[in-house]
Design a protein around this ligand. Structure first.
Ligand code: PBG
Length: 331
């Protein structure tokens, strides 16, 4: 047997039992940290599994209630909506986005009526509505146009606010959209409707399963002229501070797990709450590996999400919201 060394500092003492480990744990997850995403479709009695996002569904207005009840029981009160749009309604300008017939608006109205206590978020961007799958209008040469897209985003935001959305979440990355949306909301007496801006949104390959779910992948080109280069971090701070100046109430980083440094830097640069979007590809990777028994889904989900919170996120959007709330409840 080796003699015991005279070590004054032994960090392992603070890891010696479950009880001590719990006492010194620095970061905690609660169900209140999460926003649960939903993919909404028109029609009745639809709960169609999304192959690229195991455990997620396309839901029609009537089947959404059951999902919401489950979330409320687990302590999750915040939802974000994404619309699946029938290709027959898609066109070059995404006109269905600002149509009163828009099924998302109808769903939001019923949900707000049935559950006034919920905090409802709506993603604002044109890509689910445009035939070309870009987040803005296109010029004849295929350039994604900034300034002419802004009034449409503002109009969408006002319609969502009228339907009962509590937080508008612009995900398009056009310059100046937060200011434009804030002014339109205020002009229409929606002073209390908030803006959660996708501030540092990267041109990421991890949105694949989401685009598959909404059939919204760009038909031509990519989104690199508006979404950010994964190589950059200074630019993320610039984007975040601009959004703050323009009137955002929350700043968001997306994706999350690969961009923990960005979450941390933005958290240090602002006094606003910081959200992080644990995106479809991040969730689908965990599902795929766990289906192959290469890792344990619950443990990997917990580790991914607590790392995002440790990095500085106050709020996390995750397809695993319900699963993590269940894990937290059982722990
Ligand atoms: C719409 C939007 C996208 C995501 C959220 N809002 C797709 C994109 O920008 O191409 C991705 C979310 C995810 O992958 O979970 N602009």
């Amino acid at each position: 047997m080796l003699n015991q060394l005279q070590l004054l500092k032994r960090p392992r003492r603070n890891r010696k039992s479950e009880a001590v480990r719990a006492l010194v744990q620095e970061t905690h997850l609660t169900s209140k940290d999460f926003i649960a995403p939903f993919f909404l479709t028109e029609g009745k009695n639809i709960r169609a599994p999304i192959t690229s996002l195991p455990g997620q569904f396309h839901l029609s207005r009537d089947t959404l209630h059951q999902e919401i009840d489950e979330l409320l029981n687990l302590g999750i009160n915040s939802l974000i909506f994404f619309p699946l749009i029938n290709p027959k309604y898609k066109d070059a300008t995404g006109s269905y986005a600002t149509s009163e017939e828009n099924h998302l608006l109808k769903t939001i109205r019923t949900i707000k009526e049935s559950y006034p206590e919920l905090c409802l978020f709506a993603d604002v961007a044109l890509d689910p509505f445009t035939s070309h799958g870009h987040d803005g209008l296109l010029s004849n040469s295929g350039e994604v146009l900034n300034d002419v897209t802004l009034p449409i985003l503002a109009q969408m935001s006002v319609l969502y606010a009228e339907a009962g959305v509590d937080v508008i979440a612009p995900s398009d990355m056009m310059d100046g959209r937060v200011k434009f949306i804030r002014e339109a909301l205020d002009e229409n007496r929606h002073h209390s409707v908030s803006i959660m801006s996708y501030s540092a949104k990267y041109a990421s390959s991890f949105y694949g399963p989401f685009r598959d779910a909404l059939k919204s992948a760009p038909s031509k080109g990519n989104k690199k002229s508006y979404q950010m280069n994964p190589a950059n971090s200074q630019e993320a701070i610039l984007e975040a501070l601009l959004d703050e100046e323009e009137g955002a109430d929350f700043l968001m980083v997306k994706p999350a797990s690969l961009y923990l440094d960005i979450i941390h830097k933005i958290k240090e640069a602002t006094l606003l709450p910081v959200a992080a979007y644990h995106v479809s590809g991040e969730y689908a990777m965990l599902k795929a590996a766990s289906q192959n028994k290469w890792l344990d889904f619950d443990q990997a989900l917990y580790e991914s999400l607590i790392s995002i919170k440790r990095a500085g996120a106050d709020i996390i959007i995750s397809y695993g919201a319900k699963e993590i709330a269940q894990i937290i409840k059982n722990s």
